[in-house]
Write a protein that binds this ligand. Structure first.
Ligand code: FES
Length: 579
């Protein structure tokens, strides 16, 4: 398609470099102070390379090299690359919850873009929260942006086993270790075998879900999310992103023009076919709101009934991200569900989704199943409502024990995570395989930040008896690599007065997946009496960013963004105020 072109004088960076007199001269000679010449930067778009690399983000180990490859592309296309480090948010290391820092990264990245002479951005992310965090920033800033997904790590490999998924296989091995079936040395060496190269988790966990969905939204080069981190095509993709972003700046192709409600509905449909992470509900809603797009849990509920799981990847299936790529990757999957997509949506390459998937093929029908032979007949995720979750909750039914999807059982309640850790393995705990484990005070405000505590551990005495799944309910999240009958994101959360906080030991709870309901079977008068004596625990933070988060975070159904970042409105461009 033919795109309008903008002139040099219209570049944002020209408000800094092109300014008359001392202000422009000052930027120029200070840039030369770094060893650049006029030929390097004058008359060129300035491209910010926003990197989430750090020594405490094991999934982004290869980013220093990728930055060089992105730079190469930018130079080739006539741009001026500048590297801007941002918050790294390595999922493995950050506490108490990376979700809190997704919002800080989004704020950090947005303000970096706003306050500097940057015309376009290349966003390097992949580890769970970095993808939505960077996209939320670019959406709010609304300058041309292209996302470089980190790519997944290689398959696990341990004692002859090759289908070992980070997280998914590890949780199973952990259950065996806690049940005394494997020793500690084996447990430790198993972990080393599951994470053996740069890149993000190799399952369809949160990282791969989010990079795939951002690919569907049109913010990566088409299919880029499926390329393994160490494949030679990954650095080739990185330099191609560098070349393309320069063109996008001249074409003035911005996120709000590219990404529409239809793009998000495509992402929701793909999410179901992927059996994506439950975290995607929160992140997609948050990203949509930054773009002024309405997206609600009802959109997920609708797609969940219409789209089968075709992607046979752990934790819902058997294979890993490397296999997905060899089977044709995301574009091949999208080809399989094209009748359920709006093919007119645009991508950063300037083409439509329909054009981008026209030549896609599936090379392995077991990894990317045909519609006639799905992994799961309905979407991987189901939205539940009921008196326990009037604003919704989510269950990854494709990764749950089918026998537990319709279940009524007595609650065993843990008032917070500390209480859970203290009592879950107590031999005296009154729990049976039919019990419903309930974790309170683990939501956006309560925990805070909804840590991934939602796959509550099975009590040791039941593990030893061979139990591997139970119904578990919380206002927390769970890792995208996790599995089990875990009802998550109960909204509103217990800390702000949700009914979850009033559940007591022995109360009957019904999970009715077929009816999309989650109900506490306690009469209203008793609940009212409990509410009268209920007192919210004191806040975890009295100052600092934690305090800001608690005071402003939205609930799960609204994406857990901070209210003042999610609301509509324009922020003035700093130098534009004077021109
Ligand atoms: Fe980084 Fe899983 S820990 S993607």
């Amino acid at each position: 398609m033919t795109r309008k072109k903008i002139e040099l004088s219209q570049l944002r960076s020209q408000r800094w470099f092109g300014a008359a007199g001392q202000p422009g001269n000052h930027k120029s000679y200070r840039t030369k102070q770094m060893g650049f010449t006029s030929e390097d930067f004058q008359g060129k778009p300035v491209i910010g390379i926003l990197s989430t690399w750090s020594d405490l983000n094991s999934c982004h180990t290869h980013f220093p090299q990728r930055i060089e490859e992105v730079k190469r592309g930018i130079w080739q296309a006539g741009g001026f690359p500048v590297v801007m480090p941002t918050l790294s948010v390595g999922e493995t290391y950050v506490r108490p919850s990376t979700l809190i820092y997704r919002n800080l990264l989004a704020m950090d990245a947005e303000e970096i873009l706003r306050s500097h002479p940057i015309d376009g951005a290349v966003l390097l992310g992949g580890c769970d929260k970095t993808t939505p965090g960077l996209v939320m920033a670019a959406a709010s800033m609304n300058i041309p942006a292209i996302f470089v997904p980190a790519g997944a790590m290689l398959r696990g490999h341990w004692r002859g086993q090759q289908m070992l998924g980070t997280g998914s296989s590890t949780w199973k091995a952990l259950a065996d270790f806690r049940a005394g079936k494997i020793d500690e040395a084996s447990w430790r060496s198993f972990g080393e075998g599951t994470a053996r190269s740069p890149g993000t988790c190799n399952t369809m966990g949160t990282a791969s879900t989010m990079t795939s969905l951002v690919d569907v939204l049109g913010l990566t080069l088409p299919g880029a999310s499926s390329i393994p981190a160490v494949d030679a095509r990954h650095p080739q993709m990185a330099s191609a992103c560098g070349r393309r972003i320069v063109e996008m700046v001249w074409e003035d192709l911005r996120p709000r023009e590219l990404v529409t409600r239809q793009s998000f509905l495509n992402a929701v449909v793909a999410d179901m076919a992927l059996s994506g992470s439950t975290n995607s509900l929160i992140h997609l809603v948050a990203m949509a709101r930054r773009l002024g797009v309405e997206l609600s849990l009802d959109d997920f509920a609708q797609a969940g009934e219409a789209v089968p799981v075709l992607c046979n990847l752990q934790p819902s299936g058997a294979f890993l991200m490397e296999d997905f790529y060899y089977a044709g990757g995301l574009l091949a999957l999208l080809k399989r569900i094209e009748s359920q997509l709006d093919l007119s949506c645009l991508s950063v390459n300037g083409r439509t989704l329909g054009e981008n998937i026209a030549g896609a093929e599936v090379y392995n029908d077991d990894v990317i199943r045909p519609q006639a032979n799905p992994v799961y007949a309905a979407g991987g995720l189901v939205v539940l409502r009921g008196n326990l979750a009037p604003r919704g909750a989510v269950l990854k039914r494709a990764a749950a024990d089918p026998k537990l999807l319709q279940h009524t059982g007595p609650a065993v309640v843990f008032s917070n995570f500390k209480d859970l850790l203290a009592r879950i393995d107590d031999p005296e705990l009154a729990v049976t395989p039919d019990s419903v484990l309930v974790l309170q005070d683990s939501g956006p405000v309560g925990a805070p930040g909804m840590p991934e505590w939602g796959m509550l551990p099975i009590p040791r005495k039941l593990l030893e008896a061979g139990v591997r799944d139970m119904v578990r309910i919380s206002d927390a999240r769970m890792s995208g690599t996790s599995y089990g009958t875990c009802v998550l994101h109960v909204c509103p959360e217990s800390r702000v007065g949700g009914l979850l906080g009033l559940v007591r030991d022995g109360d009957l709870i019904t999970l009715d997946t077929a009816g999309r309901r989650l109900d506490l079977l306690v009469d209203d008068a008793e609940l009212e009496a409990r509410r009268k004596v209920w007192v919210a625990p004191p806040p975890h933070y009295e100052r600092g960013f934690g305090s800001l988060h608690i005071e402003h975070v939205l609930q799960a159904d609204e994406g857990c963004d901070l209210d003042f970042l999610a609301r509509p409105g324009e922020t003035p461009d700093p130098e534009a105020r004077f021109s």
